[in-house]
Design a binder for this molecule. Structure first.
Ligand code: ATP
Ligand code: MG
Ligand code: FE
Length: 340
C-alpha cells in the first residue's frame, strides 16, 4: 500500500510517499522557519499564505522523488488536526482535491498520532507501549494497548515543553525556534542555577509555565541588581530542570503501566540532552523495556510520519469524506473510531 501524505498544521508544508507504513519513498518538507524567524514566532496568516504558495510544488516534488504518479498511489492521508486552522485548511483542501480527482480513499490523521508513528521508521512497535509526546503544542504521556488505541495518561496543565523552550530561548536573545538554540547553548554550560521545579496535582500531569517564569524572574533580578549571569549555565539549568520534570513523570508511568516499549515523539524529541538522558538513565533503570527514539530528521513536523500513521488508520478503516474539514481541536482519544 502506497500512501501519499500531506501535513500543513503549523509552519512546515510537507508531502511524503510512504509504503506499508514504514518505508519512505519520498519526504519533502518546505519549512517557513526563515520567514517566521524575523517575527520571533509563527504568524498564522503569513503561514497559511506560504502553504498556499508551496503546496502544489511540494506535492509534485514528493511524487517525482518517489518516481510515481497519482494513479500509482493507493490512498491519500492528511493531517486533519490539531493545529492552526488556516494552515490545516490548505493541506486538507489539497488532499481532498487529489483524492477526489484520482478517486482514492481519503484518510484523516491526528498530528500527534503522526509524531508517535515516526518511530515506525526505526522499528516495529510492541504493545502495550508508552509514548512520551513532547512538541511545540503538546506534552503528554500516551498509553497504547494496541496499534490503534490512544489513552492520554497525563498532559500539561499550561505550556507545552516546546513552547516553554522557545520562550526561554527568546529571553536569552537566541534565534527562533528558541528550543533548538537552548539545546546548543546548554552544552557549553553547567546547571548551576536553582529554578522552580514544576509541580502538578495529578501525578502524571506536566506544567512548564512556572519554570518559564522562574527563568524570566531570574534574568530580571540579576539585571536589577547589576549582576552578571552566564547564559549557557542558565540554558543548562532550565533544560535540566525541565527534562528532570519530564522524566520524573515518565518513570511513574513506566512503573505503573509496565509497557513493552517506550517511544519518544514530537519536535522536542530532537533535543540532544533528552535523547542522552533516556539512554543513560531510563534505559538502565528499566532494562526490560525497549526504549525507542525516532530518527532525528523525523522528530519535527514532516509528512512521512503522517503516512506511517495513515497506513494504520487506513487498515483500521478510518476514512474521511470528500467534503470533510480541518479540525483544529481534534482529540487523539477520538480518532480510533473517526470516519468523517
Ligand atoms: P505540535 O506537534 O504539538 O502540534 P508543532 O508541530 O508546532 O507542535 P513540532 O514541530 O512537533 O511542533 O516541534 C517544534 C518544537 O520542537 C519547537 O518548540 C522547537 O523549539 C522544538 N525543538 C526542536 N528541536 C529541538 C531541540 N533540539 N531541543 C529542544 N526543542 C526542540
Ligand atoms: Mg514547526
Ligand atoms: Fe508537530
Amino acid at each position: 500500500i502506497k500512501i501519499l501524505a500531506v501535513e500543513s498544521s503549523c509552519d512546515e508544508t510537507a508531502v511524503a510517499v510512504v509504503e506499508n507504513g514504514n518505508k519512505i519513498l519520498s519526504s519533502v518538507v518546505a519549512t517557513q522557519i526563515d520567514v517566521h524567524k524575523d517575527f520571533g514566532g509563527v504568524i498564522p496568516e503569513v503561514a497559511s499564505r506560504i502553504h498556499v504558495e508551496n503546496i502544489s510544488m511540494v506535492i509534485e516534488e514528493a511524487l517525482k522523488k518517489a518516481e510515481l504518479d497519482m494513479p500509482d498511489i493507493d490512498a491519500v492521508a492528511f493531517t486533519q488536526g490539531p493545529g492552526l486552522v488556516g494552515c490545516l485548511h490548505i493541506g486538507v483542501q489539497a488532499a481532498k482535491t487529489l483524492a477526489w480527482a484520482f478517486d482514492k480513499p481519503l484518510v484523516p490523521v491526528h498530528h500527534i498520532a503522526g509524531h508517535i508513528y515516526a518511530n515506525r521508521f526505526l522499528t516495529d512497535l510492541a504493545f502495550p507501549l508508552l509514548a512520551l509526546v513532547v512538541s511545540g503544542g503538546h506534552t503528554e504521556l500516551v498509553y497504547m494497548k494496541d496499534e490503534w488505541s490512544f489513552q492520554i495518561l497525563g498532559t500539561t496543565q499550561d505550556d507545552a515543553i516546546g513552547e516553554a523552550g522557545d520562550k526561554v530561548g527568546r529571553v536569552l536573545g537566541l534565534p527562533y525556534p528558541g528550543g533548538v538554540y537552548v539545546d546548543k547553548l546548554a552544552k557549553e554550560g553547567k546547571p548551576i542555577y536553582t529554578l522552580s521545579k514544576p509541580k502538578t496535582e495529578q501525578a502524571l500531569d506536566f506544567s512548564f509555565s512556572g519554570l518559564k517564569s522562574s527563568v524570566l524572574q531570574f534574568i530580571d533580578r540579576q539585571k536589577r541588581q547589576g549582576l552578571e549571569f552566564n547564559a549557557a549555565d542558565l540554558a543548562a539549568s532550565y533544560q535540566e530542570t525541565a527534562l528532570d520534570a519530564l522524566l520524573l513523570r515518565a518513570r511513574k508511568a513506566l512503573t505503573q503501566y509496565q509497557p513493552k516499549q517506550m517511544l519518544l515523539a514530537g519536535g522536542v524529541a530532537a533535543n540532544s540532552r533528552l535523547r542522552e538522558k533516556i539512554q543513560e538513565e531510563l534505559a538502565i533503570e528499566y532494562p526490560t523495556i525497549d526504549f525507542v527514539i525516532p530518527p532525528l530528521s523525523y522528530c519535527t513536523d514532516n509528512a512521512a510520519m503522517i503516512g506511517a500513521a495513515g497506513y494504520v488508520a487506513y487498515k483500521h478503516g478510518v476514512r474521511a469524506s470528500y467534503d470533510c474539514s480541518a479540525d483544529p481541536g481534534l482529540e487523539l482519544e477520538n480518532v480510533e473510531e473517526a470516519s468523517v
